[in-house]
Write a protein that binds this ligand. Sequence first.
Ligand code: PLP
Length: 375
Amino acid sequence: MNIQMVDVKSQYLKIKDQIDSGIQEVLNNTAFINGPKVKQFQEEFEAYLDVKHVIPCANGTDALQIAMMAMGLRPGDEVIVPAFTYVATAEVIALLGLVPVMVDVDYDTFNISLIGIKNAITAKTKAIVPVHLFGQSADMESILKIAEDNNLFVIEDNAQAIGSDYMFDDGRKAKAGTLGHIGCTSFYPSKNLGCYGDGGAIMTNDDKLGVLLHKIANHGQSVRYYHDVVGCNSRLDSIQAVVLSAKLPHLDDYCNARIQVANFYDNAFAEIDQIETPHRAHYTTHVFHQYTLKVKDGKRDDLKKYLDDQKIPSMIYYPVPLYKQEAFKDSSNGLENLAMTELLCKEVISLPIHTEMDQEQLKFISEKVMAFFNK
Ligand SMILES: *Cc1c(COP(=O)(O)O)cnc(C)c1O
C-alpha cells in the first residue's frame, strides 16, 4: 500500500481544471507579481478569516519576520516563544538582534505554557509568540490577558492551525491567527492551506499596523521610490494566489477530512495504555495539521522503526528542543532542561494525516500500530 504523510497530488487532481485554467490565465496576461489575482486572494482570505487586513507575502518565515519588524523593537529586547516548535519562530527573532526567550509547553496541548510565560517576563520582554502547534490554538484568552497586564505584543504563529476556530469564555468566536495584534501563516504545500511553492500571509485588525506591514513587505514604501522605513521584499506571486483562491473554498472541508482521520485514529488507539492520543482543548477546534501521539515507556523509537519497516511513513516533530540547537547557543537566554519539552521530544510521533486518506489506509496503519503494542 502506498501511504504518504501528505498527498498533495491527489488533492490537486480533484480541482485540476480550475487550477490549470487559472494558472494559464496568469501566463496569458503575465501579471506575475502584484497582479489582480493576489489582490483577489487577499480579499477572499480577509472575508474567510473575518479580519480587516491580510498582507500576502513570500512565506511563513517572512511573515513572522515582517511582524517582528513592525513591532519597532530594539536589539536586546526579549520575545517569548515556546521551546517546542519549528525553528522559524525563534530564528527571525535572533536574526533581528532580539532575544528569543524559550519557555516550556503544556504537556497535553503541546502549546506554550502560561506559567512558563509568566516566569519568563522581565523588564526587557516586549512580545509573546504563541505557536498554534499541530492544528489547535494556544490558550489565547489567557495569553492576551497576560500580555495586556504586562503591556506586551502578541504575534500568533498560525502556520499550522489555519481554519481553526477559537471560542472565548463569553461565547465569542474568531479564527486562529486573528486573535493577537498580528497573526502569521504559511502556505507551504503541506500546510492545511498550501500553495504550489512558497507563500505566506500576515493578518491584523489594527489599521495602523496594516499599513505598516504592507509597507515593510514592500521595501518600506507606500508610494513608489519613497521609502519611509527599512523594509524587505516579500511577495506572494500571482500563480500561488490562483492556487490559494481555488483551494480556500475547500479549506473547511479539508479541515473536516483531517478531523475524520483523527477521530478514526483516536478510536483505534483508545485501548492502548502506552500511547496517548491528542488532547483537544475546549477553547479551540483542532484542525489536525499533524496527528501526534505520545508514546510512553521509551518505545517511541522502536515504534518508528517498526512503521518504517512496514513502509508506513511517520515523522518526529520535533526531536530537539530549540535551546539545544547549535544555532541558538549564543542567542537564546540560557533556559534549558524544560521538563515537558524534553519529555515530548522523546515521546512524540506524527502519523500520516491528510485530506485524501481512505478507510483502507487508515485500517492498515492503525492495525500495524496496534500490532506493535500486541493489541
Ligand atoms: C511552516 C512553519 C513556519 C514557516 O513557514 P514557511 O512558509 O516554511 O517559511 C513557521 N512556523 C511554523 C510553526 C511552521 O509550521
